[in-house]
Every structure is written in structure tokens, then in C-alpha cells.
Design a protein around this ligand. Structure first.
Ligand code: C2O
Length: 590
């Protein structure tokens, strides 16, 4: 951000003061940060807006650790409302209390208060990220979370440099107001632009004031590890650099079998690690991040892009007077490149890490879609996007009612869940239908019979060490978006993905038990399904939700309770001393 005040530049200095004892290949260190969350003015497209940031930065500071380190982050909340910070993808083995999921693992840190998150990072290497986890605040309160290998060795040639590529959105609308509108079933609001590392890019301008682009400086012949993270509230993105190709080497903090491609697809919540070799003739090349979306009759959003630049050392400022090559992007309505990209990835076969459970103790079949409830106290109302309804999002036709004054983990731990949640999350949809029939999108008319739903806080409880298989089925109920499903506290094996309705007889043959991807965010294809498996080895309360912000706010969420195992080593310890219980300061809602 260009307009840093004195105060915020001072705050930046604080982040740099990481009290890490860096020991390469040596003992685990403690990496300590102070995050001051505050309001700041930012000017884009001729307007100055108030935004919410950490330490004066958008995106926020990078947390950079070595596998095995302990992370300590002091969050000081200077906003006029509460917030939490979630460490997206960090497994939090036996440290569920530090997960930072608002109203799930903790109540928001009230204005003027502070909270310390303390957790270990073990068994993960690559890219994760962190973000605010209440309302829509994660649009500007986010940053990269890098985990480096302890022995300093990658399963690929060590890159010259690594660079987070954070794809996000620029919102002029206040994020708290946006949240209020989405809760009311209104998703007509849109960001003004896509961003790459906070830059709108030079395709955006207003009154001939061109927006700044993200610039990646490279040297010919060197290789770069790009950590591509999607922090956007709304869209999946295609990312391409003219004249260059990528080798995908990791995702969500786990290595992948190297996969060559000329385009990366990244859904909200995903982090994709790619190697880009600067092997083109030294010059300037454009990079583009382009949001995709389903074609009509799905509700349409504007085209979002951000254009950046790859600049070779030695190339002249005007690129020798030559035009800068532009990457050729797919049509924004073509979602097939996303399907192929995701389906082509496999885990880097590792005997320790790829022991897929071959038996299944519990099976869930979960449909993902929209629905509607009647406004006011009415029990009947006109459907099909009528103003008499509030559009909500569902899993197995339940729209999650997010608690607003208490945290689920606390209630579970204290045994005081009565009146807060029930444990009857349905393990299959109430009635089967042709999930991917395009006639379920308004104007319909088939959706009318299927869209009525209800709000409830229904969770699913698992015994420790249960092997769970979930088939996620994206539906076309009222819209046909994909669904990037994110499970806290776990990396799950992604066994297979497919288009259309999941058919057990035909589709289990596609399951990859040998080297599936390990992911914390699984992109369930548009009009398709994804099959995952995991073992409940991490006790606690774990949020499961779609990472599209309007889906989560509208209720495409639930939480998994994982019971304690038989020993202290397999049980959730009591809350740490610094943990603050809900309602301690009379403030619980942002
Ligand atoms: Cu990025 Cu609930 O997560």
C-alpha cells in the first residue's frame, strides 16, 4: 500500500522483529510475531476507502518457519469489532484451541484486546496461509505462511528465490457491510478488481490514473518457486505468465508429483507451489490472474483480472520498444481447465505419508448447493429467487446456523452443548435427485420443490481413529458453482474427482490409493464430485466449510467433533493458560 502513515510504518518495523533463532537443520526455533490489526486508508480507482489490515500491510506479513518450529503470534485488535486469526492448513495436532476459527474454536478477540496463538508446525512443508476468520475480513486480513524443510532440501532443484503470489480482490464496499448483506441472502455486491499481491494491475484505471502492477524481477536461467495462494472471497482464478511454463511441485503444504503445465488454477483456500524457470529471452512478459465463473443461467459477476509483469534483468525499461507479450487466457466461462488441472495432480509418492486407509468405518455422501428459507416468520412463501425468500447455502439440505455468542469447542469441552448444537448432521441428502441437472438453476422450474431448507447447528461426531470417507457432490441447485471444501485440522487424501453425479458402481474404480494428493482444501468440480478419505487422529472441533465466502456465510458449513483417544497423547489438552473464554469481556460478536 502506498499510503502508509507514520504509525503504520512503525508497525511494519514490529513484524520484522521476528524473534526467531534460525538454525538450519538444527533444533526447532520459536518464531514470534506481533500482529496489530487496525484500520487504514487506501486509495484505488479514484476513491479512498477504509480497509482493515495487519501491521499496515495488504497482504499482511509473511510467517516464515521451518518444519518443527513453534509459532507464537500476539494479535492486538485495534478494530472497533472482534476478530480471530486462523492458520489455514496448519494441522494443529492437539492444539485445536489455537485454530482461530471464530465461534467454532474461540470467540472473537474483542476491540482493544489481545490474544496469543501458540502452536507447532509438524509434518508439513510448503505453503499455507493465515487469515481473519470472522465475517468477510479475510479479504484484506491475510498473508502467506511458509513452511521450509528442516534439512533444507527440496525434492526439486533449490530455487533461486521464492515468491508468494497472493491472488485476492479489491473491495470498496466495507467488509462488515458486505457480510451483513450476504447474511440476508444478497450476493449482488462485487469487488472492483482482482489483485496480485495487493496490486490491482495496469489494466485498471480511473481518470487516466493507472493502477500499479505486481512486478516479479528475474534473472535469466534461474528458477523461482511461486507460492500461488487464492485469498479471494468470490472466485477461482486462472494464472498464467506469457512465454513461460510451470512445474507444479506442491499444494497445501504437501509435495506433489512434478506436473508440467502452462496454467495454474487456484480456488479460494488453495495454495499451489510451482517452479517457474526464467528461460525465455530476457525481456518483459505479462502475467494475468483471471477469475472464472459458470456461464448463464448462473448469476453473473463482472470480469475480474489483475495484470502483473515478469521483468528480466538486462531488459530495457521500454522492453526494447517491443510490445510486452500477453498470456492467452481461457474464456472466463470455461471451467474445464480447472477440472483437468485438479484431476491431474497426484501426491509425491511417499511410503510414510501415503498410507491410505483401505477400510472405511464411516461413509458420508454430502450434497453442496443453495436453498431458500422464507423471510420473517412465514412458513410458506414464493420460491425461485422471489423476494419472499432468503437464499442460503446448504450441505445435505441443512444450512449451518453459525453460533453468534459462544464457541462450539468450548461447549463441547465443558459438556454444555445443550441448546447450542446437535450431533445429527445428516450423512446423506434427505432425498436423492438428479444433482447436476441444469434445469435446477432459476428460472427453473425444477428447483421449487428442492430449495426449501432450514437453519440449524448440526455437527457430526467421530470416535478417535475412525477411517472416514466423504463423497462431496456439487449440485446445480439454484447455481452451478464449484465448491472448494476446506477441513480444519486435517490433510485429507483426495482419491478421485469426476463430473456429473457420483456413481459408486462406476466411480470407485477411479480411486487412487497409491499416491493421492494430501489437501486441506478440495476443489469439488462444478457439476461434479470429489472423494476423500482421512483418519480422525486429531481430537477437537474442526470446521468444515466451502471457502467461497458467500457459501460459508450463507451456511455451507458444519463442524466435526473428534473425540479423545485412549491416552493423554491422543487427547485434546485443556485450553492453554492464555486462552480466553467466551463472554469474558461482555463482547462476543463483531
Ligand atoms: Cu481458510 Cu475456515 O478457513
Amino acid at each position: 500500500m502506498e499510503k502508509l502513515s507514520m504509525v503504520t510504518s512503525l508497525l511494519c518495523a514490529i513484524t520484522v522483529a521476528v524473534l526467531a533463532v534460525a538454525v538450519v537443520g538444527g533444533e526447532a526455533a520459536v518464531v514470534e510475531h506481533t500482529f496489530v490489526v487496525h484500520e487504514m486508508n487506501a486509495t484505488h480507482l479514484c476513491n479512498t476507502t477504509k480497509i482493515y489490515v495487519v501491521n499496515g500491510q495488504f497482504p499482511g506479513p509473511t510467517v516464515d518457519v521451518t518444519e518443527g518450529d513453534t509459532v507464537v503470534v500476539h494479535v492486538i485488535n485495534k478494530l472497533p469489532f472482534g476478530l480471530t486469526i486462523h492458520w489455514h492448513g496448519v494441522r494443529q495436532m492437539r492444539s485445536c484451541w489455537a485454530d482461530g476459527a471464530g465461534f467454532v474454536t474461540e470467540c472473537p478477540i474483542p476491540p482493544g484486546n489481545e490474544h496469543t496463538y501458540r502452536f507447532n508446525v509438524t509434518g508439513q512443508v510448503g505453503t499455507l496461509w493465515w487469515h481473519a476468520h470472522v465475517t468477510c475480513l479475510r479479504a484484506t486480513i491475510n498473508g502467506a505462511f511458509i513452511v521450509r524443510p528442516r534439512d533444507g532440501k527440496y525434492p526439486f532443484p533449490t530455487p533461486a528465490k521464492d515468491v508468494p503470489i497472493i491472488i485476492g480482490e479489491w473491495w470498496e464496499l466495507d467488509l462488515i457491510e458486505l457480510d451483513r448483506r450476504m447474511m440476508d441472502g444478497n450476493f449482488d455486491d462485487n469487488p472492483l478488481s482482482a489483485t496480485i499481491n495487493g496490486k490491482l494491475g495496469d489494466l485498471s484505471n480511473c481518470s487516466r490514473m493507472v493502477e500499479e502492477s505486481f512486478i516479479l524481477d528475474v534473472k535469466h536461467g534461474e528458477s523461482y518457486l511461486l507460492r500461488v495462494i487464492n485469498t479471494a472471497l468470490f472466485s477461482e482464478y486462472y494464472f498464467r505468465v506469457a512465454g513461460h511454463t510451470f512445474t507444479v511441485v506442491g499444494a497445501d503444504g504437501n509435495y506433489l508429483t512434478p506436473f508440467k503445465t502452462d496454467m495454474v488454477t487456484v480456488a479460494p483456500g488453495e495454495a499451489i507451489d510451482v517452479i517457474m524457470v526464467a528461460d525465455a529471452p530476457p525481456a518483459h512478459y505479462h502475467m494475468i490472474a483471471l477469475a472464472n465463473q459458470p456461464p448463464e443461467p448462473d448469476p453473473q459477476i463482472p470480469v475480474f483480472t489483475s495484470r502483473g509483469l515478469v521483468r528480466y534483468a538486462g531488459a530495457t525499461a521500454n522492453n526494447n520498444g517491443l510490445p510486452v507479450p500477453m498470456p492467452i487466457m481461457p474464456n472466463q466461462h470455461n471451467t474445464m481447465p480447472s477440472y483437468y488441472f485438479h484431476a491431474n495432480l497426484t501426491g509425491l509418492a511417499h511410503p510414510e505419508r501415503h498410507r491410505v486407509p483401505m477400510h472405511v468405518d464411516e461413509r458420508l455422501f454430502v450434497t453442496l448447493g443453495l436453498g431458500s428459507i422464507c423471510r420473517g416468520q412465514n412458513t410458506t412463501c414464493k420460491r425461485r429467487r422471489s423476494p419472499e425468500t432468503i437464499v442460503v447455502a446448504t450441505m445435505n439440505n441443512v444450512s449451518f446456523a453459525h453460533p453468534k455468542t459462544t464457541a462450539l469447542l468450548e461447549r463441547y469441552y465443558d459438556g454444555t452443548s445443550k441448546g447450542v448444537y446437535t450431533e445429527d448432521f445428516p450423512i446423506r441428502p434427505p432425498r436423492p435427485f438428479n444433482y447436476t441437472n441444469r434445469d435446477l438453476i432459476p428460472p427453473g422450474p425444477l428447483e421449487e420443490a428442492l430449495e426449501p431448507t432450514f437453519k440449524a447447528t448440526k455437527l457430526k461426531r467421530f470416535k478417535y481413529n475412525t477411517s472416514v470417507e466423504i463423497i462431496f457432490q456439487s449440485t446445480t441447485l439454484m447455481q452451478s458453482d464449484s465448491n472448494p471444501m476446506h477441513l480444519h485440522g486435517y490433510d485429507v487424501f483426495l482419491l478421485a474427482q469426476g463430473l456429473g453425479n457420483f456413481n459408486a458402481k462406476r466411480d470407485v474404480r477411479k480411486f487412487n490409493y497409491h499416491n493421492p494428493q494430501l489437501r486441506n482444501t478440495v476443489q469439488v468440480p462444478r457439476g461434479g464430485w470429489a472423494a476423500i478419505r482421512f483418519v480422525t487422529d486429531n481430537p477437537g472441533m474442526w470446521y468444515l466449510h466451502c471457502h467461497f465466502e458467500f457459501h460459508i456465510i450463507m451456511g455451507m458449513a458444519t463442524a466435526f467433533i473428534v473425540e479423545d483417544g485412549p491416552t493423554p497423547e491422543t487427547s485434546l489438552p485443556p485450553p492453554p493458560p492464555e486462552f480466553k473464554r467466551c463472554g469474558n469481556n461482555g463482547l462476543s460478536q463483531p
